[in-house]
Design a binder for this molecule. Sequence first.
Ligand code: GDP
Length: 295
Amino acid sequence: MFENLSDKLDRAFKVLKGQGTITEINVAETMKEIRKALLDADVNYKTAKTFTDDVKQKALGENVLTSISPGQLLTKIMNDELTALMGGTATEISFPATPTVILIAGLNGAGKTTFTGKLANFLKTQKNKKPLLVAGDVYRPAAIDQLQVLGGQIGVPVYANLESKDPIAIAKEGIAQAKQNGNNVVIVDTAGRLSIDEAMMQEIEQVKAATNPHEILFVVDSMTGQDAVNTAKVFNDRLDFTGVVLTKLDGDTRGGAALSIKSVVNKPIKFIGTGEKMEALDVFHPDRMASRILG
Ligand code: GDP
């Protein structure tokens, strides 16, 4: 995960590590290298610029107050700033109602259906919940099958209505069934498209209006870098989602989406997907990710 970025940052740090003191000149030079590393990792341009300006200011400001070496000081500042950039502290989902309704949104192929299963498994095994999955992707029969297979694997019921092409009705029926069967969380999978599409946006807005979800999680493939960030912006403008799920981090060597998304849409990353298996899901911890990036 993020090996390319870590390597490049490590190289950028070398400029300062060999120095006895921090000066305007060697900090500026290091920041230029760090900015380059961030842009190579597909970090949003404005995010990279603001980030390096902040790190530079802190490095120059804290330099006079401390006796630690320039390399150690920069590592500490970078660690703090990367953590803040990715949201500071972990934000978990809450369960304000019974049933709590969670809507899953995103483009096709992002990993929505897989995440829907992973989340149900996580809630069942780690949070002692009794979830119900709702198959709301009515355009892709394979998506319904896929969800049913996943539900069977993890032992979580799935509500599907093969007769209907109406995702709003299906979502409502699913919630009604959860109430009847005592499921305290309902996770509604929705239909995506290959790219941003007005009909998809209208449909999911209608599902949102009809189901009043407590959480709307936007699922996006982290390997798509800035595209992921741009897609997040469009979905957030329309849906005002409550959190981001970054999938396929196991294949992402660059990390641009992880580093930019919070600062661009101002919504927390709540979960990360790290593989295809149902267990390959983690709550996102910005501080742990920052340490990992810095190696
Ligand atoms: P959807 O179209 O958004 O519902 O996407 P799917 O859930 O069908 O996922 C698309 C592909 O990505 C499938 O082959 C999944 O196994 C794979 N996938 C999903 N999440 C992850 C992940 O975190 N890591 C990896 N390596 N593959 C994933």
